[in-house]
Design a protein around this ligand. Sequence first.
Ligand SMILES: *Cc1c(COP(=O)(O)O)cnc(C)c1O
Length: 424
Amino acid sequence: MYQDTKCIEGGYTPKNGESRMIPIVQSTTFKYDTSADMGKLFDLEASGYFYSRLQNPTNDYVAAKIAELEGGTAAMLTSSGQAANFFAIFNIATAGDHVVASASIYGGTYNLFKVTMAKMGIEFTFVEPDCTDEELDAAFQENTKAVFGETIANPALTVFDFERFANAAHAHGVPLIVDNTFATPINCRPFQWGADIVTHSTTKYMDGHDATVGGCIVDSGKFDWMANADKFPGLCTPDESYHGIVYAEKFGKEGAYITKATSQLMRDFGAIQAPMNAYLINLGLESLAVRMARHCENGQAVAEFLEQHPNVSWVNYPGLKSSKDYERAKKYMPNGTCGVVSFGVKGGREAAEKFMSALSLAIIATHVADAHTCVLHPASSTHRQLSDQELLECGVPGDMVRLSCGIEDKRDIIADLDQALKSI
Ligand SMILES: *Cc1c(COP(=O)(O)O)cnc(C)c1O
């Protein structure tokens, strides 16, 4: 099936007489005839549902659709993108371990790694996205358990150098985890370029309508945990909380990672997606391919308009020939990147704020990547916890405006930008 078709048909096939839309199984619990039946589920001897903190049918239909779109073998939904990235790492790294991450990532993820996960004893080394091979190699340690990057960094829009980071990760016997939120599997499928695990904030394009916060983790099923068993004791040695199950033996490469994330991390942390929210994400997924094409068309037109505007000092959009990542974007995302454009307003911080308040169609919002065009000044909002030095490390200069092109008519978006730029 083509990606556009999977958006509609993937994950759920109703049988004769069943509902065409995925059912919302709004139930915390599930009934069994005998204790023995339920015991098998607790022992992971049989698959099925018993409590929605661990698994729920509505969530599983949606996770299966996203797994199909990414070309993975298993997936789980989480309550948010933050939970997805936390689980993705914590499933294989624990106190005393180390992770190599691209420095060009979402500010929330950067805080999670640098501050909160550091308190849990997991150390991160951030490398510049364009560091040399030697610098990348030198970032690895004996205790490194994963490499992390973002397909298109939010908001720096850096395009991830997949093959280089994948090669480095695999040479050191660890998986590459990629946050594919901005590109979505419509524009990029990281597994084709060597990623082993993909994460999403489904809050963005996948939902696409400002309706619901959510996340997802997808496993490619390709990483050979057993071949690197000394590094991944959580997957390759008995789990005493499950009667000594060895996940990598019992569920193989295809299922071990997500089964462990479900049965340990969801069980203990409980960052589950509500079934109603999963239903809403599914509605968004049905039109994802159609919407992404429009987001990219609008992003490209707006970037080209801004680039020739006298009141704009610089424009960053991977679809512009002037972008340092243009060639890389063409290679990994030949059909387009995303609808997010960043630029500097001439006159710096003050002019940028004046410009933003003069907009009428584009709203000021922390959000990005949905149907409505919105605009944000990262340095004074999403990234305000970061020091000036950290801002630079993340590729977010103080004068930067982040504009997320929605799916309105591009002529209206451009007219709004034009009048606001002229007013300063
Ligand atoms: C928004 C975002 C997140 C965090 O997701 P939430 O759903 O807001 O928790 C993670 N990564 C990227 C790239 C994002 O844009």
